[in-house]
Design a protein around this ligand. Sequence first.
Ligand SMILES: NC(=O)c1ccc[n+]([C@@H]2O[C@H](COP(=O)([O-])OP(=O)(O)OC[C@H]3O[C@@H](n4cnc5c(N)ncnc54)[C@H](OP(=O)(O)O)[C@@H]3O)[C@@H](O)[C@H]2O)c1
Length: 299
Amino acid sequence: MVQVEVFTTSNKKIGEISVSEDAKVREIKKQIAAISPKLPVERQSVRAEQKGKDLQDELNVQSLGSTRKIYVKDLGPQIGWNTVFILEYAGPLVLYNIIATQPWVFYGDIADESSLSTTALLALGCWSIHYMKRIYETIFIHRFSHGTMPLRNLFKNCGYYWGFAMYVAYHVNHPLFTPPPCTMQIVGLILFAVCELGNLSIHILLRDLRPPGTKVRKIPMPNTNPLTKLYNLVSCPNYTYEFGAWLGFTLLTSCVPAGLFALAGLYQMSIWALGKHRNYKKEFSDYPRNRKAILPFIL
Ligand SMILES: NC(=O)c1ccc[n+]([C@@H]2O[C@H](COP(=O)([O-])OP(=O)(O)OC[C@H]3O[C@@H](n4cnc5c(N)ncnc54)[C@H](OP(=O)(O)O)[C@@H]3O)[C@@H](O)[C@H]2O)c1
């Protein structure tokens, strides 16, 4: 057995635990939870150094080397990963539909329920399909490696998605909304449809990389689905397609708030994609060198 001293990341001693030589970090977390009931396993981030990196649950105690000290950071109250995603996606679906179908709530006297333009109806269809697809993927496709996330993410994520849903819906469904030229709408609609299918294709490919119940990570490679060929150019084609879909929606509606939503998403996804791209190169020595992170040939 190995005696391990447990400290908080502010260097306050919590206590001592003893684990077997071949125990995993997961076992350490269980023991910490036993001596400190305020720190259930999901709230803990265990590190080998005070300011070190989070240690994965599967890591063996032996790989910590001679260290007999570990540090635990309290991640705060947690909430189920799926719960956050479902709530953050159900909100935009419901709110957008309310604004489109009950215009009097928002526009008062100038609203006329029969006045939704064909473009606004198409936009309503695209918006609804997108968020129903996301809820479907969260429940039936993604194999996440985390069970929970900090509770504050729920408020941050819902604020972002719900806020943008109302902002975009208010403008697209406005009684004074003017649709763009027909050709632009058709281009937007086709781009939206192709990118949604592309995004779904990548999510299915990522699901198939990971055996059920594991946290395995592999290098994603294109398969027989032509929409996955984007992996030849970027590390996160699901993000590229996501941006493409919102660009299509922006062309369809010619609406500034929709464009801002597309750009805000691109900004956030670019930060994540650059991080994932860096990690792929660090984790896999044979990682394809020619890929960019999110925008082919650019970023
Ligand atoms: N509009 C916006 O602002 C916006 C922003 C972000 C995301 N989104 C949408 O939400 C979707 C999901 O986002 P995300 O950030 O969760 O995508 P992601 O990080 O690419 O992950 C998607 C799923 O694939 C798994 N995965 C990723 N790389 C893997 C690998 N190399 N091997 C095995 N499994 C792997 C992930 O597991 P882990 O749990 O291990 O990561 C997760 O279950 C995006 O594709 C996009 O459509 C939209």
